[in-house]
Design a protein around this ligand. Structure first.
Ligand code: PMP
Length: 459
């Protein structure tokens, strides 16, 4: 069990472990982290025997649910046959080759080449580096600037975080990389709630064109965006926005990088957001749902014309990671994709459980504390607001949603809070009863908070 010298495992962990995206001082003062011990389906258990319904699928990645025997078996078998070999210097492994071919089949027609890495951050970084190299090869080495968006999230490595637009990350040693610029997020609830959707979409897309013109298209390498901004608070693009930013990129000869780390492999009820929204990006980043989080693996999909140029790199492509295309991770990813197909989980998200989830969550929109409910597939956001009629947000932001998240955790439901938005993304195997449980519990938590804040429910 978790006791040594009278200290719990959580306390021992806090003494030696710097946790990502955590107030580490507060964590230690609170007696350490919750120790998660076991998972099955949509449920997790901690070392104190508490059960949680994981309505965030780990970090929006455990799409096939916890405790999949098939994935463990494939990993064990592959480790015994060949635990590791590199993909540098003219070698590959069976699972790596098969996975690259499978991804080319699954992703839109012009994306037929994969570069493998271990995390979302690494493939976003790689897209930036390879795009700059592409322009170098095309005789335009001055095309170096990366345009990202405010509240965009592309990872924690230096280039990925510079492309992202999370202020708190830039503030902590993240500033200083040259050649990065940002435009505003298409956050209609904050910036355009009083405008028609089409007008807001046009205005938000125009921000990209203005930025390219201001910087000079001859200096801009790429524009990177998530189809739906995830860690920035589930910001859904207004209709037409994504197609328009792609057009703008094409018009100005700027590469279009679609960060599908969250959105691909069924989360939105399609194999990719590119397929769903009819987009043809030059690069697409994949991670999380590629292995359902069972192994760290990511892929950068490269479009045919760019792959042709990169194949011609003189002296060979000088880029890659020790674990690029790791055979065990690739074997697990292949089996994970086979599970999604065998159990028709992408179809289930599109046709059955996704619509039920969005519809059920939408019911919360009538509550006075809820400013907006956004949802697509199994991705849902509940944005809380202080005064709905006046559209007045909480000040300071980020307190009420965090209280709500903790209230939910105490009731056995795990969600995430960003500013005053609750983010919900359960595994694809979530049942209707579990969706009801999530939404009923949310309703009860909101009831508690309304009472604490003195906001009386409308009848
Ligand atoms: N891009 C997006 C859209 C993400 O959501 C994330 C992670 N949440 C990343 C990139 C970075 O991935 P990782 O944490 O695996 O480096």
């Amino acid at each position: 069990m978790s006791e040594t010298d009278g200290r719990t495992l959580g306390q021992r962990d806090a003494a030696h472990h710097l946790h990502p995206f955590t107030d580490n001082r507060e964590l230690a003062a609170a007696g350490g982290a919750t120790v998660i011990e076991r998972g099955e389906g949509c449920y997790l258990w901690d070392d104190q025997g508490h059960r949680y319904l994981d309505a965030l699928a780990g970090l929006w990645c455990v799409n096939v649910g916890y405790g999949r025997r098939e994935l463990a078996d494939v990993a064990a078998e592959q480790m015994q046959r060949l635990a590791y070999y590199n993909t540098f210097f003219n070698t590959t492994t069976g699972p790596t080759a098969e996975l690259a071919e499978t991804l080319a089949e699954l992703m839109p027609g012009h994306l037929n080449t994969a570069l493998f890495a271990n995390s979302g951050s690494e493939v976003c970084d790689s897209a930036i580096r390879l795009a700059r190299y592409y322009w170098q090869q095309k005789g335009k080495p001055q095309k170096r600037i990366v345009i990202g968006r405010e509240e965009g999230y592309h990872g924690s490595t230096l280039a990925a975080l510079s492309a992202g637009g999370i202020g708190a990350m830039h503030a902590q040693g993240g500033t200083g990389l040259p050649d990065f610029a940002h435009i505003e997020a298409p956050y209609r609830f904050l910036l355009g709630h009083d405008m028609p959707e089409a007008a807001f979409a046009a205005q938000a897309a125009r921000a990209l064109e203005s930025k390219i013109e201001e910087l000079g298209a001859e200096n801009v390498a790429l524009f990177i965006c998530e189809p739906i901004q995830g860690a920035g608070g589930l910001i859904f693009p207004p209709e037409g926005y994504l197609a328009e930013v792609q057009n703008i990129c094409q018009r100005h000869d700027v590469l279009f990088v679609l960060d599908e780390v969250i959105s691909a492999f069924g989360r939105l009820g399609a194999w990719s957001a590119a397929e769903l929204f009819g987009l043809s990006p030059d690069f697409m980043t994949l991670a999380k749902g590629l292995s359902s989080g069972y192994q760290p693996i990511s892929a950068l999909m490269v479009s045919d014309p760019i792959a042709e140029v990169l194949r011609d790199a003189e002296g060979g492509l000088a880029h890659g990671f020790t674990y690029s295309g790791h055979p065990v991770a690739a074997a697990v990813a292949l089996e994970n994709l086979a599970i999604l197909k065998r159990e028709k989980l992408v179809e289930r998200v599109r046709e059955e459980i996704g619509p039920y989830f969005c519809e059920t969550l939408k019911r919360l929109e009538t509550r006075p504390l809820v400013g907006e409910v956004r949802g697509l597939g199994l991705l849902g956001a509940v944005e809380l607001i202080q005064d709905k009629a006046a559209h007045r947000l909480f000040d300071p932001p980020g307190v009420v949603a965090a209280v709500c998240r903790e209230n939910l955790k105490a009731r056995g439901i795990i969600v995430r809070a960003v500013r005053d938005t609750l983010l919900i993304a359960p595994p694809f195997v979530v049942t209707r009863e579990q969706v009801d449980d999530i939404v009923d519990t949310l309703e009860a938590a909101l009831e508690d908070i309304s009472r604490e804040l003195g906001i009386i429910a409308e009848e």
